[in-house]
Design a protein around this ligand. Structure first.
Ligand SMILES: C[S@@+](CC[C@H](N)C(=O)[O-])C[C@H]1O[C@@H](n2cnc3c(N)ncnc32)[C@H](O)[C@@H]1O
Length: 220
């Protein structure tokens, strides 16, 4: 995305153009099989839309985000939800301080880390996930080629985006091109290798398109 998450106007642009329906977040909640015993963490929680739906279903929920305007919005939306904690911090500086998680979630956020940073991030957080904890990643993920082959796959990516976004594609094209060219979405196989090295086993790869989809990993 072509912007600075610490900028209020950019965060508002994103939240308006890419607003997520309850149905979309609901599909993630179903896949995570949330329960009343769960301790959930949402990396890149944005304006708290997912946590607002998920927190009532779990014991504790924690949202992490680097952006002051996003955390401010999340605090408003979640003001009446007692079991949620919000931390304004960068992914790589996150210190769980003794917390242990049974469910992890991150949507459209970890592609901001480079591949070496993704590997470090997963290794950093892994000790704080209990055995059999489930991590659901939904993000820009290249399902049939590695990150290094973006340019030769650009015509396919453009066609896939036009099909995926339909009538909203033109409004989103600039952001998506910026994301492909300047941000760090990885290939599904690259993600799988990072999860493996951190002690997780990938149990599901579910593309919504060749450039976007879901990976579910379970802590071993
Ligand atoms: C595209 S938004 C997604 C928000 C939400 N997860 C959703 O699905 O709507 C990406 C979020 O990741 C956060 N973010 C980006 N880089 C980050 C970093 N290095 N550390 C922590 N948060 C980061 C941004 O501030 C932003 O709120």
């Amino acid at each position: 995305m072509d912007g600075d998450w610490k900028d209020k106007e950019y965060a508002a642009h994103y939240n308006a153009l890419y607003a997520t329906s309850k149905k979309e977040f609901g599909a993630c909640i179903d896949a995570l099989k949330l329960s009343a015993e769960d301790s959930l963490v949402d990396f890149g929680c944005g304006n708290g839309g997912f946590l607002a739906l998920a927190a009532p279903m779990v014991r504790t929920a924690l949202g992490i985000d680097i952006s002051a305007p996003q955390i401010e919005e999340a605090r408003k939306i979640l003001s009446g939800t007692k079991n949620v904690e919000l931390l304004m911090t960068e992914f790589l500086k996150f210190n769980p301080e003794g917390r242990m998680f049974t469910k992890g979630f991150s949507r459209k956020a970890l592609h901001h880390l480079t591949n070496p940073e993704k590997e470090v991030f997963l290794k950093n957080i892994a000790p704080y996930f209990k055995k059999d904890a489930v991590f659901l990643l939904e993000d820009g993920i290249y399902f049939d080629f590695p990150r290094s082959e973006i340019q030769q796959n650009m015509p396919r990516l453009m066609a896939a985006c036009a099909e995926y976004y339909g009538s909203t594609w033109e409004a989103k094209k600039k952001d998506l091109l910026h994301s492909f060219n300047e941000e760090f979405a990885a290939g599904a196989s690259e993600w799988e290798s990072f999860f493996n090295k951190a002690g997780f086993k990938v149990v599901l790869r579910k593309p919504a398109s060749i450039f976007y989809g879901t990976i579910i990993a379970v802590k071993q």
